[in-house]
Each structure stands twice: as structure tokens, then as C-alpha cells.
Design a protein around this ligand. Structure first.
Ligand SMILES: Cc1cc2nc3c(=O)[nH]c(=O)nc-3n(C[C@H](O)[C@H](O)[C@H](O)COP(=O)(O)OP(=O)(O)OC[C@H]3O[C@@H](n4cnc5c(N)ncnc54)[C@H](O)[C@@H]3O)c2cc1C
Length: 400
């Protein structure tokens, strides 16, 4: 009989995403802290009860992902899709400071200024640790703007769920795809009241780099961590520079192709390699980079920002339409075939997840349970050579 799913097993098997959902649902029993590898992981001084472990298994996105009757037609590659568009925030400052076209910050500003939510819960640089991330509450445009821009470092947005729920009013949450998958499941399992969180926004995610990735950038920039007053990974242009500003006002920068392409992507946690949802399948709206490309691959030349915008639910579609009518964002339709040109990594990874998870299973490792994500269907449309290569790569990694 297979061993029971428990929080310890998920963490020990390397399947924890670090979303913080367990700390948010079981406050007082679980907290989040950095492990030796530089990832956020649950700390569990006391055991969860049988009932709590069963609840945990029902929402933990590391243990598995499950679609239950998505509202929109399911595209095997790109998940539930109402509409596909590109666009950007109309507010030039939001567009500039945003990671891609500032659409997420534009939508958050609209949600607040239209009174559709009372506050927004999202990640910003941690005031106590400029290299780290903190979940924060924003109530106006300036506070939203303060959180614009991607932070390629561990974040655990769900760890503060109870503090967020203790605030009066309705709120929107922004998180990585795994954060939103966990939150959506917690709502489905009635562990979190649906009416309190009418909007869940996400972005495409190629994986979470360890804090060691940030330290490696600093080393290359010849900046000591203790000298850093602020650190941004992107934004202020598209894609924008990684920028370390020191207490004495020195600014050191690195372009995106170097920071992501040669450093951060070498520090991704194992769980992200077997993740079929880098594309925010459980969100209402997803923002991503609508890269311009050459020969089927994105180039990262600096330009005015442009976002890929996927609406996945009725609420998400209504939100982007209303925000457009109200003058917060602008958008135009995009053909489905264009997504893969902008996001080749996401296409390739989802196609390979069946082979990678088979390797986990056959080498006796705990394997995430994925339901309704069409992974087998995608695997059979991909060459056997690629499947075999990915199977062997994962098997080698987990066996030794
Ligand atoms: C680890 C990581 C990997 C990514 N991988 C891809 C990818 O493969 N393809 C792609 O197209 N885009 C990727 N992005 C997302 C991309 O950089 C943009 O965030 C996205 O295009 C939305 O841009 P925007 O201008 O609309 O968002 P903005 O207006 O800049 O808003 C960004 C929002 O994301 C939140 N946020 C930032 N960092 C984090 C974090 N670490 N955890 C949780 N929330 C956070 C902020 O609080 C803010 O609300 C990644 C982002 C991260 C953090």
C-alpha cells in the first residue's frame, strides 16, 4: 500500500512548491523559513492530525493539481481559455514599472478604484530584507505600483492567508501559478470562503530560483549583500534590468538575458521541473511576456512593455473588458498559434511532464497527481526521442 500523503512526505520528496498554503491554513502549527538550499519550506514543530493531513492533501499544489469542471473550454497546451490577447497598461508609469506591459498592476488599480475589491494582496520586496519577498496589502495605485515587477526569488503568498482573511472586505490575490492553484483548491474544499476572494491573478512562471540565485547576481555585480538598500529583478523598461542599489547610492545593473538566462535559471527548485502549470491554469486572468521573436525564439531587446493576457474564467473576462472600457488597460486579440512563439519554454515543458513524472513513478519516488491537464495527450503528440530524453534525464536525477 502506498505511504499516506503528508506534509513531511511532500517536503522530503522535493515536491513542495513553497507557496505557504499549509502555513496559511494551519497557522500556529506551520511556519515558513528558508532551508539550506535557499528555498522557502514549511517548518513543522508539531505534527498535523489525521484530519489536518487529509485537508492538506486536498489543496497542496505540490502534491497534485486537479481541474474540476473549468468554466472555459480546455486547450491541452494552454489550459482553460476564454480569450487570448496582448496589451498593456494605459498609465505610462505602470507600464514602465511593470514587468511586461504592467497589465496585472493596471487590473489591480482598476479593481481598487472601481471598488470591486477593498484591497489587493500581493508580493513586494521585504522592507526588512531587500533581497527577499513579503506578502503585502495595497489599497491604492501608489501601493500597487510599489509591487510592480517580477521578483525571481522565493515567495510564500499563502502563508499569510489568515491575516488577510482577518481584514474586513473582499480582496484580490496575485500569485505564482502554484500559489493560485493552492488557493483555488482551498476555496473549492471550503477551507477559504469564496466570496472573500473574487479575483485571483497570476503570471506565467518558468520556476522559482533559490535565494542563492540572487546572491550569485550580486557576486557578479560585485555588491555585498549587506550593502544592498534595494534590489529589483526586472521592470523599469521591458524586460528591464536587474538593479542593485547600495546604501551609499551606487547602482549596479545586469540585463535580463544575463540575469535570468545565465544565473537564475540554474537555481530552480526541483519541483518546478515537474510542474505542468507554469501558465496559471487556475487563475481568472494571467499576464505574461508577449515577447517579440525571431526564428521562433523570443529576443529580449528593450522595448515598451507588452503583456500576453489570458482570461480563463467569466470573472476574469469581465474584469479585463471592464478595465479596458474604463481606460486602465488596452488590448487586442491574438491567435492561439502565436502563444507558443512567445512562450516556447512553457510549451516544451508541459509536453514533457508526462515523461518526467513517469520517471519519478518508475524510480519509486513520490509523484505529483495531475488530473485533467491532458499530459498524456500532449506526450503522444511529441517525438518519442524527446519523451525518452526527458524520462532518462529525470530518472538519472532522482536515482542518484
Ligand atoms: C519566478 C517568476 C518566473 C516567471 N516566468 C515567466 C515565464 O516563464 N514567462 C512569462 O511570460 N513570464 C514569466 N514571469 C512573469 C513576468 O515576468 C510578468 O510578471 C508577467 O508578464 C506579468 O507582467 P505585468 O507587467 O502584467 O505584471 P506587473 O504589473 O509587473 O505585476 C507583477 C505582479 O506579480 C507579483 N509578483 C512579482 N513577483 C512575485 C513572486 N515572486 N511571487 C508572487 N507574486 C509576485 C507582484 O506583486 C505584482 O503584483 C515570471 C515571474 C516570476 C516572478
Amino acid at each position: 500500500m502506498p505511504a499516506k500523503l503528508s506534509l513531511q512526505r511532500v517536503v522530503e520528496s522535493g515536491l513542495c512548491t513553497g507557496c505557504g498554503g499549509c502555513a496559511g491554513i494551519f497557522p500556529g502549527k506551520v511556519t515558513m523559513a528558508f532551508n539550506a538550499e535557499g528555498y522557502l519550506r514549511p517548518q513543522l514543530p508539531v505534527q498535523l492530525s489525521e484530519t489536518e493531513n487529509a485537508q492538506f492533501a486536498s489543496f497542496c499544489p505540490g502534491a497534485g493539481l486537479r481541474h474540476v469542471a473549468p468554466e472555459a473550454p480546455y486547450d491541452s497546451l494552454w489550459g482553460p481559455l476564454v480569450q487570448i490577447r496582448t496589451g498593456h497598461a494605459i498609465d505610462e508609469q505602470i507600464r514602465f514599472q511593470g514587468s511586461s506591459g504592467g497589465v496585472l498592476s493596471g487590473l489591480l488599480t482598476y479593481l481598487l478604484e472601481s471598488g470591486k475589491v477593498d484591497f489587493v494582496a500581493h508580493i513586494k520586496a521585504d522592507p526588512a530584507d531587500p533581497l527577499g519577498n513579503a506578502m503585502t496589502i495595497s489599497r491604492n495605485r501608489a501601493e500597487v505600483l510599489d509591487g510592480a515587477g517580477s521578483r525571481y526569488a522565493p515567495s510564500a503568498p499563502l502563508a499569510l492567508l489568515q491575516q488577510l482573511l482577518a481584514q474586513p472586505g473582499r480582496f484580490a490575490v496575485v500569485g505564482k501559478p502554484c500559489d493560485i492553484a493552492g488557493l483555488r483548491a482551498a476555496v473549492r474544499e471550503q477551507l477559504v470562503p469564496a466570496e472573500r476572494i473574487p479575483y485571483m491573478l497570476s503570471f506565467m512562471c518558468a520556476g522559482i530560483p533559490s535565494r542563492k540565485g540572487t546572491l550569485a547576481i550580486l557576486k557578479k555585480l560585485e555588491v555585498e549583500p549587506q550593502d544592498v538598500a534595494s534590489f529589483t529583478f526586472r521592470g523599469n523598461g521591458w524586460p528591464g534590468m536587474s538593479t542593485a542599489t547600495t546604501h551609499d547610492g551606487r547602482k549596479q545593473e545586469m540585463d535580463y538575458a544575463s540575469s535570468w538566462g545565465t544565473i537564475l535559471n540554474r537555481h530552480l527548485q526541483f519541483r518546478c521541473k515537474v510542474c505542468p502549470d507554469g501558465i496559471g491554469e487556475f487563475a481568472d486572468v494571467v499576464g505574461a511576456d508577449a515577447w517579440y521573436g525571431k526564428d521562433g525564439y523570443p529576443d529580449f531587446a528593450e522595448r515598451a512593455g507588452r503583456s500576453l493576457i489570458l482570461s480563463r474564467t467569466r470573472a476574469g473576462e469581465q474584469l479585463v473588458q471592464e478595465a479596458t472600457q474604463a481606460g486602465y488597460i488596452t488590448m487586442e486579440s491574438l491567435a492561439r498559434e502565436e502563444i507558443a512563439k512567445m512562450q516556447p519554454y512553457q510549451e516544451n515543458r508541459k509536453k514533457m511532464i508526462f515523461a518526467r513524472t513517469m520517471a519519478l513513478r518508475l524510480t519509486g519516488r513520490m509523484t505529483p497527481r495531475y488530473r485533467g491537464l491532458h499530459l498524456f495527450r500532449l506526450a503522444v503528440t511529441t517525438s518519442w526521442r524527446e519523451n525518452l530524453r526527458n524520462f532518462l534525464g529525470t530518472a538519472r536525477r532522482t536515482w542518484f
